[in-house]
Design a binder for this molecule. Structure first.
Ligand SMILES: Cc1cc2nc3c(=O)[nH]c(=O)nc-3n(C[C@H](O)[C@H](O)[C@H](O)COP(=O)(O)O)c2cc1C
Length: 165
């Protein structure tokens, strides 16, 4: 739990809101913060398995659901790359947050934003001797369904599996 909490602290934390902008631990184009973070908990002591959503304010994990096939469904949606990992971080984007300000040029910013978030997770993982694998080879429809997002106004953009080496 402490290790997971640390990873979220360095990866998704929102530390201040001012004039409609939210400031996080990674930079975003025009502070538009299009990303949301979800996590599938596979093997974390003190936390039951299942899909969770990260709530930036106040920095909590919200349990979404679990079922008997979830581990298999997650593994399938990420093309069998769970590899016994402890947790899977999923980033979704809500593109409108950036598009309303930057139009079509926002799409490169959103991709960069996801890269920054995952880089933070990679660095934080190394700091506690965890492994982290960035994954872009995943099934879009299946991941969106698992995260219960509509695939249009919000959709999965990137994910990473983390675990003890
Ligand atoms: C955008 C991006 C997508 C990636 N997608 C995958 C993936 O789907 N599956 C995987 O095993 N590794 C994936 N990787 C990890 C790379 O394969 C890995 O970083 C590369 O082989 C170099 O290894 P290293 O990071 O251990 O130095 C991805 C990395 C990036 C930056």
């Amino acid at each position: 739990m402490d290790q997971l909490s640390y990873l979220f602290y360095e990866t998704s934390r929102l530390f201040y809101i001012e004039k409609g902008r939210s400031y996080r631990v990674y930079p975003t184009g025009g502070a538009t913060a299009s990303l949301e973070t979800y996590v599938y908990i596979n093997k974390v002591e003190g936390l039951k398995k299942g899909m969770y959503r990260y709530l930036p304010v106040p920095g909590d994990l919200m349990f979404m659901y679990n079922n008997l096939e979830l581990e298999d469904k997650v593994n399938k949606a990420i093309k069998r790359q769970l590899r016994g990992g402890a947790a899977v971080f999923f980033w979704t984007t809500i593109p409108y947050r950036t598009e309303h300000k930057y139009s079509f040029t926002s799409h490169k910013m959103i991709a960069m934003e996801a890269g920054h978030a995952c880089q933070n997770l990679s660095l934080a993982s190394e700091a506690i001797d965890f492994g982290c694998v960035a994954i872009s080879a995943y099934n879009q429809e299946q991941c969106d369904k698992l995260l219960k997002v509509d695939g249009e106004n919000e959709f999965c953009i990137y994910l990473a599996v983390v675990g003890k080496k």
